[in-house]
Design a protein. Structure first.
Length: 264
């Protein structure tokens, strides 16, 4: 993917990896459309980017509001924006056991992580095809590749993203559509702080594993490098990424390790 001079839409752009990817991409002299439900955070990111030579458009967006997603996409396209890439980072995690998680929490997580991402991808796909092709990036997780305690709905939503985007690619590769799945491990972002508990409230603290993870800035560099190479999967993390190999090649060890994880 050649970035220079093109327009890219990034969701979850007010913080975390969405923010740092936007800032890193801004170095390539691009136009960015930034979305998040946090308008104040978006405005801060936009001000930072505008000092780097790239231009920014802000579109406040709640990924649980499907009608708004389609309306916003239609407005962006009708304004003449030619989108070359849609990179989605918006999402929420959880910290609760299957037996304690109300079904409403499962639905809420799936609505944001899966249906919101799917809705925006569907809204933008015909436009990108019409303009000669482009690139989609969906943010999965280590636990999008295997199950993990206290993340049942989160893990499920990320597994679902793989199925959707791999199908999208299989159907549309002939139209010059590229898809990259981002597989973050431990990255220093606020996702664990905003994870929801069994009561539906915010977890409110950063997990120890994340505290010791790579920085969001380093994650952004790895992501941009992978997107430029149009890699189908982009692994983002440190030694914890070894779990992907363990799950694939030594599944018995994975099952043993997963059962020994303590509540957090």
């Amino acid at each position: 993917m050649i970035f220079t001079g093109k327009t890219f839409w990034i969701t979850g752009a007010a913080s975390g990896m969405g923010r740092t990817v936007a800032i890193e991409l801004a170095k390539q002299n691009v136009k960015l459309i930034l979305s998040d439900r946090d308008l104040v955070g978006l405005e801060k990111v936009a001000l930072e980017i505008e000092t780097m030579g790239s231009t920014v458009r802000i579109e406040q967006l709640d990924m649980m509001d499907t009608p708004s997603i389609f309306t916003t996409a239609k407005k962006v396209i009708s304004d003449g924006e030619k989108i070359a890439g849609l990179y989605q980072f918006a999402g929420i995690s959880q910290r609760s056991l299957v037996s304690e998680t109300p079904i409403d929490n499962d639905r809420r997580i799936m609505e944001v992580n899966f249906f919101g991402a799917v809705a925006l991808a569907k809204a933008i796909l015909p436009h990108i095809i019409e303009n000669g092709g482009g690139q989609f990036a969906g943010t999965s997780s280590l636990v999008g590749k295997f199950g993990f305690p206290y993340r049942s709905a989160y893990s499920s939503s990320k597994h679902a993203l793989h199925g959707f985007f791999e199908s999208l690619l299989a159907e549309n590769a002939k139209f010059n559509i590229k898809v990259s799945m981002l597989i973050p491990g431990r990255v220093q972002t606020n996702i664990s702080r905003f994870a929801i508990t069994k009561e539906g409230k915010e977890h409110g603290e950063m997990d120890p594993g994340q505290t010791n993870g790579i920085t969001a800035e380093k994650a952004a560099k790895l992501i941009i490098r992978g997107l430029k190479k149009e890699k189908k999967e982009i692994w983002v993390g440190g030694s914890e990424m070894l779990m992907l190999h363990i799950r694939r090649f030594i599944p018995r060890l994975y099952y043993y390790m997963a059962r020994r994880i303590k509540p957090m």
